[in-house]
Write a protein that binds this ligand. Structure first.
Ligand SMILES: C[S@@+](CC[C@H](N)C(=O)[O-])C[C@H]1O[C@@H](n2cnc3c(N)ncnc32)[C@H](O)[C@@H]1O
Ligand code: SF4
Length: 374
């Protein structure tokens, strides 16, 4: 079984914090891009284990595609891959694209899950972020999606934003809970190199909150969502009644996934490939029948590091049987583990090693302490 990811590399506007792969000038080659992604879907059939248990359209902004373009891509997948009967089919949607008309079209094409990028309900945040939607649109799109029959709705929110007060953060969380979403992804704002935000922070035009404020907002997030029946199944991801994202879970559980479109990554049993992050080179490669990706095979040590990096981010932790399959912990690693247990950051169960609530905040740093060098 595998997950399937389609990267749509178009956005209407450039958000000031974002360094994902996308272009805002795409009308001239839009059709060629969709045709090339379609070609990649066909070319790569049979490469990854069947059936597909999740299909995820991400970006960029897949919700700006027309229903004809979305149907074409979904049909191409359906005609070329074996698909599980309970497949999760997610569309990442920006609030400004969420209308009743679009929602009904998306449901009709086969999408059964929406992931909506709300980010914040504060008008001034949306303005400096250069988002394409208003606070009102962020508020109303969940209700619209529910009225169109979508039951699986996830929202993306951000904390650690300049000037975000703790009371405001709790209000944002309350708002999405009251709207009845089943899944929340909450990310701490990261200042990525080369973004407008990074330049503004350097110039002192915008300032990122201190670590203790970020930690306070993170702990509020965890406790507030838990009190309201959400289960934290990954550092940044929370779901009600086990409605975990099947697709995102594949990334953390080491399940194979195929990624098509510029910049998309694929993974299968220690093999990783990534497509070129350039729209014109991607299209050109299909015209000239050239390679459009790079690849690597993970070494034994890299597989071990991956086990800790992905496993520790989840509530399932790192399984002890997998540790045994690598020959077990070394003396030094055992000592590191014992110290983290004493510090209350890691817990050792009969079958796995998991992070405690306070440890979750330091997941990546803790994982790195178990890394092996080749
Ligand atoms: C790449 S975006 C694609 C989704 C969609 N285009 C949107 O804007 O809502 C996926 C999510 O990553 C998060 N994200 C992107 N850049 C980020 C950053 N620098 N710091 C924290 N979260 C970020 C946002 O919450 C966003 O919704
Ligand atoms: S956050 Fe979303 S809409 Fe904004 S630039 Fe990034 S991918 Fe595009």
């Amino acid at each position: 079984m595998s997950g399937f990811y389609v990267h749509v590399p178009f956005c209407k506007k450039k958000c000031s914090y974002c360094d994902f792969h996308f272009s805002t000038r795409f009308e001239g080659y839009r059709e060629e891009m969709i045709a090339s992604i379609g070609q990649e879907i066909i070319e790569r059939k049979g490469e990854y284990p069947s059936p597909l248990k999740s299909i995820y359209f991400g970006g960029g902004t897949p919700s700006l595609l027309t229903s004809k373009e979305l149907s074409f891509l979904i049909k191409t997948i359906q005609e070329n891959y074996i698909i599980d009967s309970s497949v999760e089919v997610t569309l990442e949607a920006n609030p400004e694209d969420v209308s009743l008309e679009n929602l009904l079209l998306w449901a009709n094409i086969g999408f059964n899950r929406l992931s909506v990028g709300l980010q914040s309900f504060k008008g001034i945040d949306l303005k400096w972020m250069n988002r394409g939607h208003s606070a009102q649109e962020a508020l109303s799109c969940i209700g619209l999606a529910k009225s169109a029959g979508f039951n699986d709705i996830s929202v993306d929110l951000m904390y650690g934003l300049p000037g975000l007060k703790k009371e405001e953060w709790v209000t944002h969380l309350k708002t999405v809970i009251n709207a009845g979403v089943s899944h929340v992804s909450a990310y701490c704002l990261t200042v990525e190199k080369g973004t407008l935000l990074s330049a503004e922070v350097k110039k002192g035009k915008r300032s990122i909150p201190e670590d203790d404020i970020i930690e306070e907002q993170y702990l509020l997030l965890v406790s507030f969502l838990k009190e309201n029946g959400f289960d934290q199944y990954e550092v940044s991801n929370f779901a009600k009644k086990e409605r975990y994202s099947k697709h995102n879970s594949s990334y953390w559980k080491g399940i194979s996934y195929i990624g098509v479109g510029p910049s998309a990554h694929s993974f299968k049993e220690g093999y990783r490939r990534w497509n070129v992050s350039n729209n014109s080179l991607y299209i050109k490669a299909f015209k000239e029948k050239k390679l459009y990706h790079e690849e690597e095979f993970l070494s034994h040590e890299e597989k071990w590091n991956e086990l800790f990096l992905t496993g520790l981010r989840t509530k399932w932790g790192v399984s002890k049987s997998q540790i045994t399959s690598f020959g077990g912990l070394t003396k030094k690693e055992r000592a590191v583990l014992n110290q983290y247990i004493l510090d209350g950051k890691l817990e050792e169960g009969p079958t796995q090693i998991v992070l405690s609530d306070s440890g979750f905040l330091f997941a990546d740093a803790i994982a790195k302490d178990f890394f092996r060098v080749s």
